[in-house]
Ligand binder design. Structure first.
Ligand code: SF4
Ligand code: SF4
Length: 192
């Protein structure tokens, strides 16, 4: 009998305390500053310097680019194999243009290994849907965080309504035919 009251006492003492659980997935957590979530990629900013692929400790980045008529390198393909990415943040640290950045996206659960291989289009879509991460990080109150989340959701909705999903290709569409190709292929290429 004493055990029952003892257990009840523990339960009652917890009732007024702040809740630590969330109604996920309806309510998403606010991650701490510098949280290292799944990458976003902005093709327009990439200068195809190859530094991200070179520093990656698991060789999971593959990229290729070509020079345009102004001799500027433009990215053609950019893939990350999240089967072996350890979200170490090194690629984003070395990127001189911040075209590759971490976000607050953490949902990578999948039924197939192939679907963990993300291409430029997917990474760009992640930018559209999670690009407000910086605003979310800067939010001081829950209201500010909610406003950032709403802006993010509106962004994603506008993007899907306006066909922005194809934007990486569109961004490169104006390029002249390639006269030079740069590429880097990580050992962790697309799974068979
Ligand atoms: S975060 Fe992933 S892709 Fe970037 S360097 Fe680390 S392992 Fe490579
Ligand atoms: S993402 Fe950044 S580091 Fe990687 S090739 Fe592009 S500009 Fe260079």
């Amino acid at each position: 009998m004493f055990g029952v009251f003892k257990g009840l006492g523990v339960t009652i003492r917890q009732l007024p305390k702040k809740k630590v659980t969330l109604m996920y997935p309806e309510v998403k957590p606010v991650w701490p500053e510098r949280y290292r979530g799944i990458h976003e990629f902005i093709p327009e900013l990439c200068i195809v310097c190859n530094q991200c692929a070179r520093i990656c400790p698991t060789d999971c980045i593959s990229l290729s680019g070509t020079r345009d008529e102004n001799k500027k390198l433009r990215i053609d393909t950019y893939d990350i194999n999240f089967e072996i990415c350890i979200l170490c943040d090194l690629c984003t640290e070395v990127c001189p243009t911040e075209s590759i950045r971490m976000t607050d996206q953490f949902e990578l659960a999948s039924y197939t290994r192939d679907s963990l291989y993300k291409d430029m289009k997917w990474l760009y879509q992640n930018h559209i849907e999670h690009g407000s991460y910086q605003a979310l990080q800067a939010a001081k109150t829950e209201e500010e965080a909610n406003a950032a989340r709403e802006a993010q959701a509106a962004n994603a909705e506008a993007a899907s309504g306006s066909g922005q999903k194809a934007s990486p290709e569109e961004a490169n569409a104006a390029r002249m035919p390639a006269d030079e190709t740069v590429s880097s292929s990580g050992k962790g290429g697309q799974p068979e």
